[in-house]
Design a protein around this ligand. Structure first.
Ligand code: HEC
Ligand code: HEC
Length: 307
């Protein structure tokens, strides 16, 4: 503050505090002419109101005295009286620097843990989990759901069970997040025809325990089994899936797109191409590691996304 403004502030404070202090000291001693009836003799509203005289209440005097003490004490200890820095030498810059340093120490150790510790260890770190929860809500919940249980309509798989398209070890989860994934299930209507699609769908559903309810559907299942050969290339001869291709296990009654006859037929008829975006450029390695730890923790007994 320039010398002029410093003096200006001092003048204002002296006038302001000084005048109120003078009034405070003078008022209780001031003699006001009082009438015999205890009023000042002023009459208002054609005699309806008369002006009484009362001493200031003690509580008011006590509070005012305390306020003056606080004001002078503050001006002595802290900056406020023009350019005076106050006995304590407090500055806003100093306080900010102290807080920033404390925060940096905290973040440094967190950032260091995130970049150095294995994801399996991070998955048990409450600070990492808390950070993951926020990142997940902001970036992932839109498709995978706020409880991470997936969304049949978007083809976003549940991340909360321990069933994986590409593999559930920490490294594979991190790769899924950093580089994204693209499922490629070709359409089969041209190859199989409408009846063929129905047959194979019936067979696929039987793999996860859906029992044929009559002779026709039993025939469908056996016809479908014979037509499953081209599917085995990706889903495996027993339909157990192939994590290298992201081809899901068809025998476990966990479905990306739903397990109803209609949904399975639709998957086979027109194919499916679920796309998981890549997050490397958007979030960077550090946040991706946090998210991988968070996702890993769901199927490893730690935080649940809906905690
Ligand atoms: C636009 C929708 C969408 C968003 C947003 C999204 N995902 Fe995905 N994610 C998918 C889809 C679809 C798949 C399945 C890809 C496939 O079918 O091959 C998937 C697959 C995955 C997988 C592999 C699962 C497995 O079974 O192998 C992981 C892990 C994953 N996502 C984590 C995340 C995380 C963490 C985020 C937030 C940073 C996220 N996803 C954001 C749609 C999304
Ligand atoms: C080229 C490899 C490939 C072949 C061949 C293939 N699939 Fe798939 N299939 C996939 C992939 C990859 C997915 C996952 C698609 C996604 O994530 O969007 C999938 C998904 C599915 C689904 C959806 C599963 C779910 O959980 O919702 C069904 C059902 C299915 N396939 C059945 C079949 C049948 C039946 C055949 C043979 C007629 C077949 N697939 C042939 C790769 C293949």
């Amino acid at each position: 503050m320039s010398a002029f403004w410093s003096s200006w502030v001092i003048v204002l404070i002296v006038l302001n505090l000084g005048i109120s202090l003078l009034l405070f000291l003078w008022a209780p001693r001031a003699k006001v002419p009082t009438q015999a009836d205890g009023t000042t003799g002023h009459v208002w509203a054609h005699g309806a109101l008369r002006e009484g005289m009362h001493r200031l209440p003690r509580w008011w005097i006590a509070i005012s005295a305390a306020s003056f003490a606080a004001a002078f004490g503050y001006l002595a200890l802290y900056p406020g009286f023009g350019n005076s820095s106050g006995r304590l030498g407090w500055t806003a810059h100093g306080e900010l620097a102290r807080d920033t340093a404390a925060n940096d120490r905290l973040l440094d150790s967190l950032a260091q843990r995130i970049s150095q510790q294995p994801i399996e260890t991070l998955a048990r770190d409450p600070q990492v989990i808390a950070m993951g929860k926020v990142l997940f809500a902001d970036n992932c919940a839109g498709c995978h759901g706020s409880n991470a249980r997936g969304n049949h309509l978007l083809g976003a798989p549940s991340l909360a069970d321990d069933d994986w398209l590409y593999g559930g070890d920490a490294k594979t989860i991190l790769t899924s997040i950093l580089d994204g994934r693209q499922g490629a299930m070709p359409p089969w209507i041209e190859v199989l025809g409408a009846a063929g699609v129905q047959n194979v769908a019936a067979y696929v559903r039987s793999l996860s325990g859906s029992k044929p309810h009559d002779a026709t559907s039993a025939l469908r299942v056996s016809a479908g089994k014979a037509q499953f050969a081209p599917c085995a290339a990706c889903h495996g001869p027993d339909g157990k899936g192939n994590p290298a291709l992201g081809a899901p296990d068809l025998t476990d009654s966990i479905w990306i797109y739903g397990g109803s006859a209609a949904a399975v037929q639709e998957s086979i008829r027109n194919g499916r191409n679920g796309k998981m975006p890549a997050w490397r450029d958007r979030l960077g390695e550090r946040d991706a590691r946090v998210l991988a730890a968070y996702v890993y923790s769901f199927s490893h007994g730690n935080a649940q996304p809906y905690d």
